[in-house]
Design a binder for this molecule. Structure first.
Ligand SMILES: Cc1cc2nc3c(=O)[nH]c(=O)nc-3n(C[C@H](O)[C@H](O)[C@H](O)COP(=O)(O)OP(=O)(O)OC[C@H]3O[C@@H](n4cnc5c(N)ncnc54)[C@H](O)[C@@H]3O)c2cc1C
Length: 449
């Protein structure tokens, strides 16, 4: 790699850092005087920031940059989620999700302790309200045990459940003492700070719109932005969340799997009732559906969020019903996989929409576990949009998914750009473990030493 570094523009770094520290994004640069990097990471969410940090920690001599289209890091999924540090119970044994979540939780606690980032280990109850759910709860215990989630315990009957959470009711519950809560945006920004402290550059307001051949033998990929800026790089990793498929297409990868944006809306619990909730309270998920179901989530500031539901967003970054982008909506609904998925989940999808529009329905779901909650105790809260990858056959991709246009059309650029195309929940919990895997992948694919 030292050979590569010899070819770098040496005095550009001071200029970059000065501009960044001044809080400005860089001014326009033409392709002639583009900055040159060994590795560029597109996307300043938690997956991109963690991966950039990990690679820079391993290879301090690599010239690296993160390109983010917004004015700050963590403004999309990373800054709009439940803030749970998941233990790894739900995921199919042997899957990347299972492995990386369990590892990610341990790495997250260690990292936050070392940096003084606040979190609370409030634990989590998964509550069975019906005999069918009791059976599923035991299947979950089995999964969690196979995934090596420590100290899981079945609580039998109201008495044992109420010892952990006096407000909660149910037939049985699975208690996970190591589940925690945190603000993932804070963690992401700290990853970014580590990256900068090691000499990495972060370009904000840089919306990537192309990967082209630069004509340079040393830095063959020209990365262009919507506003006319550009940088050159030897290799690229994209972690674009809600835009991950669009970024993959830019380097010649197929349209599929497509990202379908599912908005998750939360209700806010009245502060007087919020004080009574001590732990995360989740339903037993229905195995036919991809999401975990509406839950009670205590927040770091003492609030309690109830949700999220799952409704189709009419815009990839559409946080409200009124956020509509016709071309994105048409793109989503005309995709063959979308029609098949819509047919599969018609009833569940309609119910989710009804809950979104009529709060008492959502409250009814929550009363199964905390009967004292009423519609008068809740008001509309924030929302997040999940980037969920969908294949051509209408299947929602469960696991993390990576792609590269290797040996196909546009190869000169395509085989230098690796894409993270699906990083759904528990992507934040898993971020440090994903980053390790991603850095291994980059080292292998791009022969980084
Ligand atoms: C409602 C909800 C609840 C969740 N709850 C949890 C939870 O409790 N625990 C947990 O572990 N996980 C949770 N998740 C999942 C977790 O938030 C995600 O897995 C994680 O944030 C994904 O990170 P990311 O970096 O891939 O995506 P993002 O955070 O979305 O970041 C992608 C970034 O790429 C940028 N970008 C996109 N296109 C371009 C471009 N062309 N040029 C430059 N930049 C670009 C975007 O602006 C964005 O900043 C939840 C998610 C949602 C939506």
């Amino acid at each position: 790699m030292s050979r590569i570094l010899c070819g770098c523009v040496k005095n550009s770094r001071a200029f970059l850092l000065t501009n960044f520290l001044n809080g400005r994004s860089l001014s326009n640069t033409s392709s002639d005087n583009s900055k040159e990097y060994d590795v560029v990471v597109v996307g300043g969410g938690i997956v991109g920031a963690a991966s950039a940090r990990e690679l820079k920690e391993r290879h301090g001599n690599l010239r690296m940059a993160v390109l983010e289209k917004e004015h700050d890091l963590a403004l999309h999924q990373t800054g709009h989620n439940s803030g749970v540090i998941h233990a790894g119970i739900y995921y199919k044994p042997g899957s990347l999700k299972a492995k990386l979540c369990v590892e990610g939780l341990q790495l997250s606690y260690k990292y936050c302790d070392s940096k003084g980032i606040p979190y609370k280990k409030v634990g989590k109850l998964i509550v069975a309200a019906t005999p069918v759910e009791v059976k599923r709860l035991h299947d979950l215990l089995d999964r969690g045990t196979k995934n090596k989630v420590p100290d899981l315990k079945i609580l039998k009957g109201e008495k044992e459940i109420k010892e952990v959470e006096p407000q909660c009711t149910g037939l049985e519950a699975l208690w996970s003492p190591h589940t925690g809560i945190i603000d993932w945006a804070v963690v992401c920004k700290r990853y970014g700070q580590d990256f900068k402290e090691k000499g990495g550059d972060i370009w904000l307001n840089f919306e990537v719109n192309g990967f082209k051949e630069s004509g340079s033998a040393d830095y063959p990929v020209l990365i262009t932005s919507k506003s006319g800026k550009s940088v050159k790089s030897k290799y690229v990793l994209t972690c674009g969340g809600l835009q991950s498929d669009m970024l993959a297409e830019l380097s010649g990868c197929p349209k599929s799997p497509r990202i379908v944006p599912f908005r998750g809306e939360y209700l806010l619990l009245d502060p007087k009732k919020a004080k009574l909730i001590k732990t995360n309270i989740y339903p037993v998920p229905d195995p036919r559906f991809p999401f975990l179901g509406v839950h009670f989530t205590p927040r770091m500031n003492g609030d309690v969020w109830l949700g999220p539901n799952a409704v189709l967003a009419f815009k990839r970054e559409g946080y409200k019903w009124t956020d509509i982008n016709l071309s994105e909506l048409l793109d989503a609904v005309c995709y063959p996989g979308f029609i098949k998925m819509a047919l599969k989940y018609t009833t569940a999808g309609m119910y989710e929409m009804a809950k979104s529009l009529y709060t008492p329905l959502q409250v009814k779901d929550l009363q199964k576990f905390v009967p004292s909650v009423t519609t008068a105790d809740v008001k509309s809260g924030p929302a997040g949009v999940r980037a969920q990858a969908l294949d051509n056959d209408g299947n929602l991709l469960e696991d993390f998914y990576f792609d590269m246009n290797k040996g196909k059309k546009g190869t000169a650029v395509g085989d230098r750009v690796l894409h993270c195309r699906n990083a759904p929940s528990p992507g934040a919990t898993s971020s440090l473990a994903i980053a390790k895997m991603m850095a291994d992948k980059l080292e292998t694919e791009f022969n980084l030493k």
